[in-house]
Design a protein around this ligand. Structure first.
Ligand SMILES: Cc1cc2nc3c(=O)[nH]c(=O)nc-3n(C[C@H](O)[C@H](O)[C@H](O)COP(=O)(O)OP(=O)(O)OC[C@H]3O[C@@H](n4cnc5c(N)ncnc54)[C@H](O)[C@@H]3O)c2cc1C
Length: 414
């Protein structure tokens, strides 16, 4: 009803334009179609209005305005992780909140909610520092970190969520609050893994690490080596150094070693040798010593993503029998197991991402998932341990009892 009213009275949305400094875009406006788009081709969302916020005050005004008009609201930085469309509501676009400030002495970056990893990598590199970022420089820092955040430095320095030191966030009441380990500690715990369920993040402070160059790349070997290499990796991965983040992938006619080593080439080659010895001579390799920002290691799109406590030989045979564009076998472990935020299953060591069907892996899988690799808005509970999920619902009930922030991978208040 309210949404029909907005369609008939576009001047009502013009009110929002007077309340915020950023621009407001309605259907028919030049930028509307560009700004409402997500990267997910399944959605062609039509929000009533898009607000390009430029400050925390803009976010506060937009949240309050949406509530006063009983409009659902959604938040988007890049559209990389949008799985719930913003039809008929207010879409808050944070892309213009893209400031990045690096403090090399404290080894932290203060980052606006619209910043992407490429911005942070570029700002940190001159100081010989790097964040725990993901595989793509175009992914948003806030969305990545709030959804857990697995990156090539995670085995050494933890998940993205573990590297968040402070969050500024606009609550469902339009209040701007700060969450740190000492201030609003329940909120601080929940946003580091619980996604966009607790408010609109306006800025974050994240930890940087003294990583300048890495040895990274992909080497392709004959598929005939796949069975032995998968078995060797399963046995070696639990004792490989934390500097090494490594997966084994089946890609068409080849089996691939994909890796990033936080250190120099000779240490990396030493760490990779147990795998390389089994794999033989590569038919192609992109491994090189590069800056963190330049490192480009291919990944497998997680159309299906499963977790495994154990990997018996029969599961390795199922991996080999997978009919997919690509299948990627990963050991997590390292510093990931030491984090305390509600991101994923810290003590479940193995995952398999499949760019294709994965039903044949289900008999071995735990049924768990990882929020950043979850595409099904009805399966959010699977991204958490039972205890974490229950606590997330309680924190949600405290900060957003009416579930104002529900156009996302939603956690309902308890
Ligand atoms: C090419 C590609 C590579 C990827 N690589 C990795 C990887 O290596 N590791 C990994 O862990 N993940 C990875 N992901 C997943 C990615 O981290 C998630 O999809 C993440 O949610 C994207 O965040 P975004 O802000 O870019 O996307 P958006 O679609 O803009 O946002 C996704 C969701 O985050 C929430 N959100 C974003 N900003 C805010 C805010 N300011 N306040 C409140 N909520 C907010 C909203 O709920 C929103 O729906 C990858 C995704 C893609 C497409």
């Amino acid at each position: 009803m309210t949404q029909q009213l907005f369609a008939r009275h576009p001047q009502t949305t013009a009110d929002l334009g007077r309340l915020i400094r950023g621009q407001v875009h309605r259907p028919g406006d030049d930028a509307y179609d560009t700004l409402r788009a997500s990267l997910n081709p399944a959605f062609d969302a039509h929000p009533v209005v898009v607000a390009e916020v430029t400050s925390a005050a803009d976010v506060q005004a937009a949240v309050v305005w949406a509530r006063e008009h009983d409009l659902p609201l959604a938040v988007q930085a890049t559209g990389h992780g949008t799985y719930v469309p913003s039809d008929g509501g207010l879409l808050i676009r944070t892309a213009r909140l893209d400031g990045v400030f690096v403090d090399p002495d404290r080894r932290i970056a203060r980052v606006g909610a619209g910043a992407v990893w490429g911005d942070v990598l570029a700002a940190a590199a001159p100081f010989g520092l790097a964040p725990v970022s993901g595989s793509s420089p175009t992914v948003g820092v806030a969305g990545f970190s709030m959804g857990g955040g697995l990156g090539p430095l995670s085995r050494k320095y933890g998940l993205g969520a573990d590297n968040v030191l402070r969050v500024d966030l606009v609550t469902a009441d339009g209040e701007l609050v700060t969450a740190t380990p000492d201030r609003n500690a329940d909120l601080f715990w929940a946003v580091r893994g619980g996604g966009g369920n607790f408010g609109v993040v306006t800025s974050l402070e994240i930890r940087l690490h003294p990583v300048d160059e890495v040895y990274a790349g992909q080497a392709l070997f004959s598929i005939a080596r796949a069975a032995d290499l998968l078995a060797r990796y399963r046995d070696y991965a639990p004792v490989m150094p934390r500097e090494l983040s490594c997966t084994i992938a089946l890609v068409g006619e080849h089996v691939a070693i994909r890796a990033t080593y936080a250190g120099d080439a000779s240490s990396a080659q030493h760490a990779l040798r147990p795998l390389w010895n089994v794999a033989g001579t590569p038919v192609q390799s992109t491994f090189a010593e590069v800056s963190v920002a330049q490192a480009s290691v291919p990944g497998t799109a997680p159309r299906n993503f499963e977790l495994f406590t154990e990997v018996p030989d029969s599961l390795l045979e199922s991996i080999l029998a997978t009919q997919a564009n690509s299948v990627e076998f990963r050991y997590w472990g390292g510093a990931i197991t030491e984090g305390t935020s509600p991101a994923g299953y810290r003590d479940v060591p193995f995952s398999i991402a499949v760019d294709g069907p994965a039903e044949h892996l289900w008999p071995y899988a735990t049924g768990g998932s990882f929020l950043n690799f979850l595409h099904d808005a009805d399966a959010v509970e699977t991204a958490y341990t039972a205890a974490d999920y229950q606590r997330l619902r309680e924190v949600k009930a405290g900060w957003d009892p009416a579930n104002v922030f529900h156009r996302n991978l939603n956690i309902k208040p308890s």
